[in-house]
Ligand binder design. Structure first.
Ligand code: CMP
Length: 137
């Protein structure tokens, strides 16, 4: 069993996609091990995306992530990190495969509906960023 962090970003929440995204993950065999709705502060968004701090889109990304509430979740199943990324599709929805969440719902590379950890070390950091051990079931 592996765990990954998933975020339904502010655009996904605004488009009323919480139910559709959670259903997709559950239909794909993920257990929701933790879940919370939050409205990230600038400091929280900057800390979460610190690996991108030198990128030209960093300010825009953190503005977007603080623009409204999002849903943070810990997803659990075999091969969770890769499977979640497969279901999300490419970062840019223009490149995302048919049947992926981003192809289906996302508007552009920034407003791309969902986030998922990209490696085991990232998943460990990202899960610990939002959840204490006692909040993960
Ligand atoms: P995510 O998987 O959350 O990880 C980093 C995010 O930065 C990514 O999704 C996009 O939302 C955003 N991002 C990546 N590349 C770009 C880009 N070229 N322009 C704007 N936003 C980007």
């Amino acid at each position: 069993m592996e765990r990954t962090l998933s975020i339904i970003k502010p655009d996904g929440v605004k488009k009323n996609l919480i139910g559709a995204v959670v259903k997709r993950f559950q239909d794909e065999g993920f257990k929701i091990a933790a879940m919370r709705m939050i409205h990230m502060s600038t400091r929280e968004a900057e800390g979460f995306y610190y690996v991108h701090k030198e990128r030209p889109f960093f300010g825009s990304l953190t503005d977007f992530m603080t623009s409204g509430p999002s849903v943070v979740m810990v997803l659990e199943r075999e091969n969770a990190i890769a499977k979640n990324r497969e279901i999300m599709g490419a970062t840019n929805p223009a490149d995302a495969a048919e049947g992926t969440l981003r192809k289906q719902y996302a508007d552009n590379i920034e407003n791309n509906i969902v986030h998922g950890s990209d490696a085991p070390e990232t998943a460990a950091f990202e899960i610990g960023y939002f959840f204490k051990g006692l909040e993960i079931f």
